[in-house]
Design a protein around this ligand. Structure first.
Ligand SMILES: C[S@@+](CC[C@H](N)C(=O)[O-])C[C@H]1O[C@@H](n2cnc3c(N)ncnc32)[C@H](O)[C@@H]1O
Length: 271
């Protein structure tokens, strides 16, 4: 199953001729979108993933490790019950957005720039590890999960959509490039992989985010703003934004509302 995950993620590579013609990075993650997401999460902490982490910290305050933290949507809402927050991210601009918000919230914080698990050796063990919307970026999923297990004492909480977060764009790839995009891997694959690792108290909860704006922020963007990013993601030039906007008008916003919370008690993985 781990090999299936790696192969399925590799199949998301954009065909080279399309990539060669692109002038902008199709995989770009806009810091502003994740900053907005973090701000909404702090203003209104809610959801199954939040609860799974908070319930452990409410019992006894503890440190929180946020891997692939972005601007901190997963960890900042836990600040009232956390002794400190550590954010790991491969992008410096995301960590800056996180640090600014952690200071505003008034919690001790620490940032580690780099990719997980390569930087895991620089990170101490924490009570709770949270990892929201990251694993569809991770080819070597077993090493990633095992390093999390090793650096968490009381609970690990992953959040991810049931399907690849860009799979909602598959009809657009067909429309604009005439190609079919993959449909796997899926969240259930992560559950299977963790099952094979024999982690304790493994739980997978499928739920719908009641607040669409809390999902990924795209609902609060204008059609033009969404079209600009999607045009870039489709490796199309800026001049195609009106065409993309027209196509987007037929696609209901609200993707990423369906989410899965996977949690387990660390310390027992077999890797
Ligand atoms: C989709 S964003 C999610 C951010 C945040 N967790 C949230 O829920 O809003 C994914 C983030 O993970 C980071 N990232 C992806 N793979 C990573 C890895 N292997 N190690 C560290 N950061 C990673 C990206 O730079 C990005 O900031």
């Amino acid at each position: 199953m781990a090999q299936h995950w790696t192969d399925a993620l590799a199949s998301w590579a954009i065909p080279q001729p399309i990539l060669d013609a692109a002038t902008r990075d199709p995989w770009m993650l806009p810091v502003a979108r994740f900053a907005g997401r973090a701000d909404r999460a702090v203003a209104d902490p809610a959801g199954v993933s939040f609860e799974r982490a908070a319930e452990v910290l409410r019992e006894d305050q503890g440190s929180v490790l946020d891997v692939g933290a972005g601007a901190g949507a997963a960890s900042l809402p836990l600040a009232p019950w956390a002794s400190s927050l550590t954010a790991v991210d491969g992008q410096a601009a995301m960590l800056e957005a996180f640090a600014e918000r952690a200071s505003t919230v008034g919690i001790g914080h620490h940032e580690v720039l780099g990719t997980w698990p390569a930087v895991a050796a620089e990170v101490a063990a924490h009570d709770v590890a949270v990892v929201h919307h990251v694993v569809y970026n991770v080819a070597d999923i077993v090493q990633f999960l095992a390093a999390l297990d090793a650096k968490a004492r009381r609970r690990v909480v992953l959040e991810l959509p049931p399907h690849h977060p860009l799979s909602w764009m598959n009809p657009l790839w067909r429309q604009f490039h005439g190609i079919d995009r993959p449909v796997s891997p899926i969240a259930g694959d992560v559950v299977e992989i963790l099952g094979a690792m024999d982690v304790a108290d493994l739980r997978a909860e499928y739920w719908t985010n009641a607040d669409p704006a809390a999902a990924d922020g795209s609902d609060s963007e204008t059609l033009e703003e969404r079209a600009a990013l999607v045009t870039q993601r489709l490796c199309l030039p800026v001049e195609r934004e009106p065409d993309v906007a027209l196509a987007l008008a037929d696609i209901a916003p609200g993707y990423h509302r369906e989410v899965v919370t996977i949690s387990w008690t660390p310390g027992s993985s077999r890797v």
